[in-house]
Ligand binder design. Sequence first.
Ligand code: NZQ
Ligand code: ZN
Length: 393
Amino acid sequence: MNSFTFYTPTEIIFGKGAEAKTGEVVKKHGGRRVLVVYGGGSVKKSGLLERVEENLQAAGILFEEFGGAQPNPLLSHARNGVRAAAKFGADLILAVGGGSVIDTAKAIAHGAANLDTDIWEFWSGRRTVERSIPVGVVLTIAAAGSETSNSAVLTNAETGKKCGINTDFNRPAFAIMNPELTYTLPRRELACGIADIMMHTLDRYFTHEAGNHFTDRVAEALLKNVVIYAKKAMVNHRDYEAMSELMWCGSVSHNGFTSLGRTMDFGVHKLGHELSGKFGVTHGASLTTMWGSWARYVLPDAPERFAQYAENVWGLTVGTTLERARAGIRETEEFWQSLGLPLCFTELGIGVQDEETLAYLADMCTDFGQKTVAFFHPIDRETALAIYRQANH
Ligand code: NZQ
Ligand code: ZN
């Protein structure tokens, strides 16, 4: 096996009614003055926010609300959150929502612990996070995996740049995960979440680094499991078994377990983030739009890896290596299509783009050609442009 470091310190409280433990867990992690971060209002409508706040109150914990995080969360909003946290003297940030809320909470936590630093300094890579305050999560959607990940993604509306930072300070102290809380999800968000769960493992699976076979088997099992339960959840979104399988797969897919001993690629994520940065499209949909074009472009690098994926995830055993590899790509795309997810720019709803816009996307993705992203097939400006062109129909 290759060497690795595995650090996933988040305490998971999983199951029906888990949110009833919020006060107790907040206290355990040192929270006495809590900033409760939420999004556009789904948690108010469902009554979850009220239940969580009653629970905090019963535990004698002081709190203040900070709502309004939007999908593709904004830097400007997180900056306001830092000010709110500082004014209140928050010692723990509690995210009640999905990835956008959690990432906002992470940004607020870093800002609150570093009041002399504008948080974009961290996201732009000019400063590294060296201290923060704890973040706790009450999760409402199986998708981004931010409840256990070391990432946080923000969009700077002034520059149109959407990007993430990876640091162990992004690992939440605890995550309360009750699959029942996802029952109110709109169908589209459910589907986008399913795609994101798969993509966190797919963006790790394609590697030239051999070894750690157990990691491959875990990744393949996770992908198969998501496909099985996604189908069930799309038929009945109140299916507890299906939602719980998806929710746990969402965390494991992005906590590092499916990439032990190898370098993560994340090229498709980088390409997708530029679509969200420019057009505001939903994260999961940006990924399904780009994956097939990326896969066909990089396929010649390692057809046998794609054939292994086709065989072990989709059960495709007939044909040559290349035929199986191509069939695996097609099968993946057909699955996403069956969930109503897009495979190209037109289906994404942004229409066919001109060359100037494609060049802009490639520039943003590679810092105007100054850097390459990804590892399986390093993506420079020309490669990014070629892959965007393939999705541009
Ligand atoms: O804002 P509210 O009103 O809560 O509504 C949200 C939002 O409109 C809604 N929603 C969530 N749970 C719900 C619900 N509606 C009804 N019932 C519920 N139970 O769903 C919409 C999407 O929410 P969002 O938080 O944006 O979803 P998701 O968890 O997919 O997060 C996406 C964001 O996370 C980033 C993405 O780029 C994107 O900005 N990611 C974060 C990662 C990380 N930190 O590790 C990794 C990912 O690769 C990803 O980049
Ligand atoms: Zn993602």
